[in-house]
Design a protein around this ligand. Structure first.
Ligand SMILES: Cc1cc2nc3c(=O)[nH]c(=O)nc-3n(C[C@H](O)[C@H](O)[C@H](O)COP(=O)(O)O)c2cc1C
Length: 341
């Protein structure tokens, strides 16, 4: 357990060029999850210092493509906002970065960590870890093309035999990258094994730009333990925020010496219903249903009988039937006779 005295000694912000990111606990970009609705819901709860769009292919930022996929749609309340691009053609990515800057990105993040074969197969994401000269050309081209800070999100290397996170970090700093986020697994690991945060500590010791650690944060206390142990400037939270969107608020409460909120089943139901209502208002019905299905998988992880609910939502043919399944499930908790058994 971290003592309150040690919690108070932890950094609470970091600077990306002119931008002060505070608090230094940020939402990880997650494709299919961290759309504008999820980002706004997280930000409204408090405690999250920075959010990012989902990864967007640099070849898909034309006005027509943006209208089709909507990945870079945002509301002013989300600022400062990072927009994340993937690609591997330096000129194309630099051009996309200019367009993204015009859209209003406060920070442009380049993805060199995505392990998905669909992404690496095209030479994007983590595959750039195997081609640092190309990564360097891309970083320099983007740096020269835009005024806003650029950041890099990357993995520890392609596999255990090709661990090059220190080399990558130093290269990025040399190219004018303003901050780094390291998910310290290899591409080969995907999401297996454990994120080795000693690699985050090693990167922090090797560069003078801010370093953010990403991977396996379980809960509010764990985030602060990792911040302290790694010496990182910030912590990025992904999957735990899907299961527990209150985690950012809980960290802020821990820092303020308060007992972290323990969301009740009623709070969880309220979160889900608000999320679904926003999806219904802002998206096509099928997409709204798919988004709900994606969130529910992680959101209910720690709840009793969650697998039944997950199945019911996944089988629901419409959003209103998914809502009924969710309301039915949570109604059990609202019944004092049943919940006191
Ligand atoms: C569903 C999902 C989608 C993700 N999409 C992205 C993405 O678009 N861009 C990116 O840089 N990382 C992406 N990641 C990786 C996360 O940002 C994060 O680095 C990783 O999940 C480890 O952190 P966690 O253990 O807190 O989830 C994704 C992860 C998940 C689980």
């Amino acid at each position: 357990m971290l003592s309150q005295e040690n919690i108070q000694k932890l950094p609470t912000s970091y600077i990306i060029e002119q931008l002060c990111i505070t608090p230094n606990i940020v939402l990880a970009p997650m494709a299919g999850v961290t759309d504008s609705i999820f980002r706004r819901m997280i930000l409204r709860m408090g405690g999250c210092g920075l959010v990012s769009t989902e990864m967007t292919n640099a070849a898909s930022v034309s006005p027509k493509a943006l209208r089709r996929h909507g990945l870079l749609t945002f509301y002013p309340e989300e600022r400062p906002l990072t927009m994340q691009l993937s690609g591997n053609d330096p000129d194309l990515v630099a051009h996309a970065a200019q367009m993204v800057e015009q859209l209003g990105a406060d920070i442009i993040d380049l993805n060199c960590g995505c392990p998905s074969p669909k992404v690496t197969g095209g030479g994007h994401g983590a595959s750039l870890l195997r081609d640092l000269p190309r990564m360097e050309r891309m970083l320099r081209a983007v740096r020269a093309a835009v005024q806003v800070p650029i950041t890099l999100k990357f993995r520890a290397g392609w596999d255990e035999q090709q661990l090059n996170y220190l080399e990558t970090a130093k290269l990025a700093e040399d190219c004018g990258v303003a901050a780094l986020a390291l998910h310290p697994r290899t591409r080969e690991q995907r999401y297996t094994g454990q994120a080795d945060w000693s690699r985050v500590a090693a990167v922090k010791a090797a560069v003078s730009i801010p370093v953010i650690g990403s991977g396996d944060v379980q809960d509010a206390h764990d985030a602060l333990v990792r911040l302290r142990a790694s010496g990182a400037d910030g912590v990025m939270i992904g999957r735990a925020a899907m299961a527990n969107p209150w985690i950012f608020l809980q960290i802020a409460q821990l820092r303020a010496g308060q007992a972290p909120i323990q969301p009740t089943p009623a709070d969880k139901l309220d979160f889900l219903l608000r999320y679904m209502a926003m999806c219904e208002e802002e998206m096509a019905p099928r997409l709204a249903l798919n988004k709900t299905k994606q969130l529910i998988g992680q959101f209910v992880v720690a709840l009793p009988g969650a697998s039944h609910l997950r199945v019911a939502v996944h089988q629901a043919p419409s959003l209103s039937q998914a809502r009924d399944a969710i309301t039915d499930y949570f109604s059990v908790f609202a019944d004092p006779v049943v919940s006191s058994r």
